[in-house]
Design a protein around this ligand. Structure first.
Ligand code: SF4
Length: 64
């Protein structure tokens, strides 16, 4: 199963992903976004509503 992953070194903490799909993304304690439930939304929704729109393109798919 492919899982989304946030490169927290690159994340600028704007919150787009957290606001768009709070079932999958949240802010970690240090203010960067993280994936806490990879299965919380359909992959195409994650792709179109978050990965394609993240301003610094720091969300990627991992194959496992
Ligand atoms: S959309 Fe990208 S830059 Fe913005 S909070 Fe999410 S991972 Fe970070």
């Amino acid at each position: 199963m492919k899982k989304p992953w946030v490169d927290q070194e690159a994340c600028v903490s704007g919150g787009l992903c957290v606001n768009a799909i709070p079932e999958v993304f949240r802010f970690a304690g240090h203010g960067k976004a993280e994936v806490y439930d990879p299965g919380g939304a359909y992959q195409n929704v994650i792709q179109e509503e978050v990965i394609d729109i993240c301003p610094v393109s720091c969300i990627q798919w991992l194959d496992k």
